[in-house]
Design a protein around this ligand. Structure first.
Ligand code: PLP
Length: 409
């Protein structure tokens, strides 16, 4: 007997995300020579599209890899063994990027912070002012921290680096913000922007890329870590410029279609839609918890305190993410039971809590190919799962979401 619920699965993980049928169809094609005129034209169009989305006129290089590959590319191309980089602590993803840099042979310093707030730009400035010898060679930040549902102030951190008159390179992970939340590589003075295909870009996993500033490209020329597959100079010197080895033709064709879809809607409209849907999710969650604000502390060391009612994890309203919401569950309730009820009974896939948030929070992804009926369906079903898993909540969250959407119209 097949017990899998009927109907299309409602997929609300914060990555990967729903893949539009048009994107899937664009990949359903015979193979073509990756050096043919036909393919090179598609590849050029995709690179130009990525530049528009990153808002950069500088270099963009692509890899056949998930986001971790582009994370590694950024590190190994810019630094030498023993160099120090400063990681702005925001949550699980900032921690993982730092760990990757450590394993590549770098020294890591962390600008520590409570994950429900993230560091203030002033704290970054103060740390860099202290570094009179300019030991810190790079500053790493995750724009949209997918584990906490918080978007951190990339432009304000840049201003802090400038105010400290510090020459460190500025590296930004845009994997879960790009094409969901505004990001401006050149205007915000970002040296390397790391992106991946399977979040806001609505594509399958396996294609990632870096935007690279001229300053970063200069630094790269003398950096000494082993680069192998990721070597920017090698990649840029290939004529025509392409991937290292055989190009993943089908992935590029899929991304071409995804970018076409984004262009048809227009990036500003894409951001407005994400903002509208995010407000609806937050209104619903806030209703479920009766407006409670949790009195807990979350940082790399662990989770301290008890949660009284369902509530937003972020304690800073100005940093709420428009692409993912992390929700604290009342102490004594089971996130696992909730997610299993949602998935096994109702075919709704929700994200779990990561790292120190495991068992403490769940996440609703709202990035990519989504509209109002999908989000309302997911919220209503999530409420059904809250009932099924005995998680205390005020019923009727969807009405709050409807009100938020009506206000936004
Ligand atoms: C998903 C994600 C990553 C990791 O991407 P992979 O494709 O899983 O390697 C890195 N950073 C952020 C912010 C993410 O959301």
């Amino acid at each position: 007997m097949n017990t899998k619920p009927r109907g299309r699965q409602f997929f609300f993980n914060p990555g990967p995300t729903n893949i539009p049928d048009r994107v899937l169809s664009a990949m359903h094609r015979p193979v073509i020579d990756f050096l043919s005129e036909e393919f090179l034209e598609i590849q050029d169009r995709v690179r130009a599209g990525l530049k528009r989305i990153l808002k950069t006129k500088q270099h963009v290089l692509m890899y056949g890899a998930n986001g971790h590959g582009a994370w590694e590319a950024a590190i190994v191309n810019l630094f030498s063994p023993g160099d120090t980089v400063l990681v702005i602590e925001t949550g699980r993803f900032s921690k993982s990027w730092g760990q990757l840099a450590t394993s590549a042979g770098l020294k890591i310093e962390t600008l520590a912070a409570d994950w429900r707030h993230g560091p203030a730009p002033d704290a970054l400035q103060a740390r860099l002012v202290e570094d009179k010898a300019h030991t810190i060679k790079g500053v790493l930040v995750v724009h949209n921290e997918t584990s906490t549902g918080m978007a951190h102030p990339v432009a304000a951190y840049r201003k802090a680096i400038d105010a400290a008159k510090h020459p460190a390179l500025y590296l930004v992970d845009t994997i879960s913000s790009l094409a969901s939340i505004d990001f401006r590589m050149d205007e915000w003075g970002v040296d390397v922007a790391v992106g991946g295909s399977q979040k806001g870009l609505m594509m399958v996993t396996g294609l990632s890329f870096t935007g690279i500033s001229e300053k970063a490209f200069e630094a790269h020329k003398t950096a000494k870590l082993y680069r192998g597959y990721w070597d920017w100079q090698e990649m840029l010197s290939m004529k025509p410029q392409r991937f290292t080895g055989t190009s993943p033709v089908h992935l590029v064709c899929g991304l071409d279609e995804a970018i076409r879809i984004l262009d048809e809607e227009g990036l500003d409209a894409v951001f407005a839609r994400h903002s509208r849907l995010a407000k609806a999710v937050r209104a619903c969650v806030t209703h479920w918890g009766g407006g409670a604000v949790a009195d807990v502390r979350v940082d790399g060391g662990g989770f301290k305190g008890e949660v009284g009612a369902l509530s937003l994890l972020s304690a800073d309203p100005s940093r709420l993410s428009d692409s993912v919401t992390a929700i604290l569950v009342p102490t004594g309730s089971s996130v696992d039971r909730l997610r299993k009820a949602a998935l096994n009974r109702y075919n709704l896939s929700l994200g779990g809590g990561l790292d120190v948030l495991s068992g403490k929070a769940f996440r609703i992804g709202h990035m990519g190919d989504l509209n109002e009926p999908m989000v309302l369906g997911a919220l209503a079903t999530c409420e059904l799962a809250l009932r099924a898993a005995d998680v205390p909540h005020a019923p009727g969250g969807v009405t709050a979401a409807l009100d938020a959407l009506a206000d936004a119209a």
